[in-house]
Design a protein around this ligand. Structure first.
Ligand SMILES: Nc1nc2c(ncn2[C@@H]2O[C@H](COP(=O)(O)OP(=O)(O)OP(=O)(O)O)[C@@H](O)[C@H]2O)c(=O)[nH]1
Ligand SMILES: [Mg+2]
Length: 164
């Protein structure tokens, strides 16, 4: 008897990047031409990989912007995330990848350079931190505020250019 394992995966990303279309294509094998903004939707599919069966529970979310609040169901019991962007738009949310517990140097398994490279490959900002250190912790959240402002300014300037 194959083991059926439950996997809860949350699909995140900005509005209209195609989260629902991807989920729908995966589960129903068809492309959705129309656009119907998602409030929240779930999809289920049994996926067989070799001898293993996975009961995949996909949570299709409403597109996020900088004002979105993620409900608990997007965090609790989640096994993985799919972060989607559209290649047709540069408009992406700022992401700060934080390598925390940097104070625990004897237990370190991830080198700072590895974190940096991963963040670079995502176009994300990277920081190491320690929740034991107030200043380092402040820096994380100040960084994300700066990043949001940077992206906002960029798009404000861009829309001004269009208006001219
Ligand atoms: N050409 C093309 N169009 C796509 C693709 N994915 C999505 N679309 C179209 O883009 C529009 C938005 O797609 P959705 O899947 O609804 O986007 P979403 O990310 O779920 O949007 P929200 O629920 O508002 O966050 C729809 O008109 C889709 O048909 C794609 O890979 N190629
Ligand atoms: Mg959607």
């Amino acid at each position: 008897m194959p083991l059926v394992r439950y996997r809860k995966v949350v699909i995140l990303g900005y509005r209209t990047v195609g989260k629902t279309s991807l989920a729908h294509q995966f589960v129903e094998s068809e492309f959705l031409e129309g656009y119907d903004p998602t409030v929240e939707n779930t999809y289920s599919k049994i996926v067989t990989l070799g001898k293993d069966e996975f009961h995949l529970h996909l949570v299709d979310t409403a597109g996020q912007d900088e004002y979105s609040i993620l409900p608990y169901s997007f965090i609790i019991g989640v096994h993985g995330y799919v972060l989607v962007y559209s290649v047709t738009s540069l408009h992406r949310l700022p992401v700060v990848l934080v390598g925390n517990k940097a104070d625990l140097s004897p237990d370190r398994e991830v080198h700072e350079v590895q974190g940096k490279k991963l963040a670079e490959s995502w176009g994300a900002t990277f920081m190491e931190s320690s929740a034991r250190e107030n200043q380092l912790t402040q820096d994380v959240f100040i960084k994300v505020i700066h990043e949001i402002a940077r992206v906002e300014n960029f798009y404000e300037q861009e829309s001004r250019c269009y208006l001219m």
